[in-house]
Design a protein around this ligand. Structure first.
Ligand code: PLP
Length: 385
């Protein structure tokens, strides 16, 4: 009959869209909205990358490229993955995707069969749950905070089922800005090796760590063959709209992944790939500058929230703060609604990121210092403090 495939019936839309639409609606009536609901960098695509795009167009780099990506970009990424992530990556192990989302979607499609289970640290980036559902697999939620207190291996051991096939491992993490330590990566890796599991590593925020260092789980012994590591140009380079990402994996996964890209998009936009090469030649000082700017924003926002009695741990990476907001309302969905409607402060309810986010709101701080200051002012007026 006239129905979509069963696997799509399992998939939902994100409630983030609902917040975004309500913000647009309020703005169209002339209201000023303090926008902490987004997940985009505050800076624009570097000029060097924009000019490289223009050059690529003028030079007619506008035809089909190899579906796995142009060789110079794959080679440059392999080099980056070796130097920066300490991964054992060669040109043939790299696949260009349409953003990190497409890399992750492909990864789940490449490894999951119906009935498989995936260990998913919660709270999590919402689309991951839907990608797992869409593969007719089941997410097994691992409460991150208590797992970190009680030991990751013990908790993973407890949550895993006989059908567990993969672990989604996101660091720096969205929505709470958690950065897993090298020791934690070693624990997760040991568990994956022992149970013969695949790790899908999401390193979208690798360049945005303010305390400590980013560590790639795929660089640990025995992990190269069982890790699909995914990356994006979105967050490091202010290129969210370009839809450029990549992944690295070994056989048999990389061949499976190449087929998925071949028969879905048949390769990512050719001129964009040439432009992306330019992003990879930015100096280390570029990343350092971004980190300084983000850290400034983080410190301003988190100090302000704590001042207002919205208890907030210091996120170590990415660009989100995840304070407790029970003093506004017990339910985070209601708290977000109250703040948006009454204080014109837009946030995302913690429960959007899984039940473990209850009692929290996500504040994105990829916005200007002035916007953070005036948002905190609006909160202060509303809370009467
Ligand atoms: N992974 C995480 C944790 C994210 O938060 C995002 C974007 O918000 C992505 C991956 C993918 O981003 P994109 O598809 O823009 O590369």
């Amino acid at each position: 009959g006239l129905r979509v495939a069963k696997r799509l019936e399992e998939v939902g839309f994100s409630d983030i869209v609902r917040v975004r639409n309500r913000v647009l609606e309020l703005r169209s009536t002339g209201e000023v909205i303090h926008a902490f609901h987004g997940g985009e960098p505050f800076f624009e695509t570097p000029d060097a990358v924009k000019y490289a795009m223009m050059r690529a167009l003028v030079e007619n780099k506008t035809r089909y490229a190899p579906s796995s990506g142009i060789d110079p970009l794959r080679a440059a990424l392999a080099k980056k993955l070796r130097a920066k992530n300490h991964l054992d990556a060669n040109v043939e192990d790299v696949l260009i995707t349409s953003g990190g989302a497409h890399a992750l979607y492909s990864a789940f499609q490449a490894v999951l069969d119906p009935g498989d289970d995936v260990l998913l640290f919660s709270p999590f980036w919402t689309p991951i749950r839907e990608m797992i559902n869409g593969a007719l697999a089941r997410p097994l939620l691992v409460p991150t905070a208590s797992a970190r207190r009680n030991g990751l291996s013990a908790t993973l051991e407890k949550m895993a089922s006989p059908h567990t096939r993969a672990i989604y491992y996101n660091t720096p993490q969205n929505p709470a800005g958690i950065v897993f330590s090298r020791e934690e990566a070693e624990e997760v890796a040991a568990f994956a090796r022992e149970r013969d599991l695949i790790v899908i590593a999401d390193e979208a925020y690798e360049d945005l760590v303010y305390d400590g260092e980013h560590f790639s789980i795929g660089s640990l012994p025995g992990m190269a063959e069982r890790t699909i590591s995914t990356y994006t140009f979105s967050k490091s380079f202010g290129m969210t709209g370009w839809r450029l990402g990549y992944l690295t994996a070994k056989e048999p996964f990389i061949t499976g992944l190449r087929k998925l890209v071949l028969y879905s998009v048949n390769g990512v936009s050719t001129p964009s790939q040439w432009a992306a090469l330019e992003a990879l030649s930015l100096p280390e000082s570029y990343f350092e500058q971004r980190r300084v700017e983000y850290k400034e924003r983080r410190d301003l926002l988190v100090a302000g929230l704590n001042d207002l009695g919205l208890e907030c741990e210091l996120p170590q990476g990415a660009f989100y703060a995840f304070p407790r907001v029970q003093s506004i309302h017990k339910q985070s969905r209601k708290a977000a609604e109250i703040l948006l409607e009454q204080a014109h402060v837009a946030t995302i309810p913690g429960t959007v990121f899984g039940a473990q986010g209850e009692g929290h709101l996500r504040f994105g701080y990829g916005i200007s210092m002035d916007a953070i200051t005036s948002g905190l002012e609006a909160l202060r007026r509303f809370l009467g403090r």
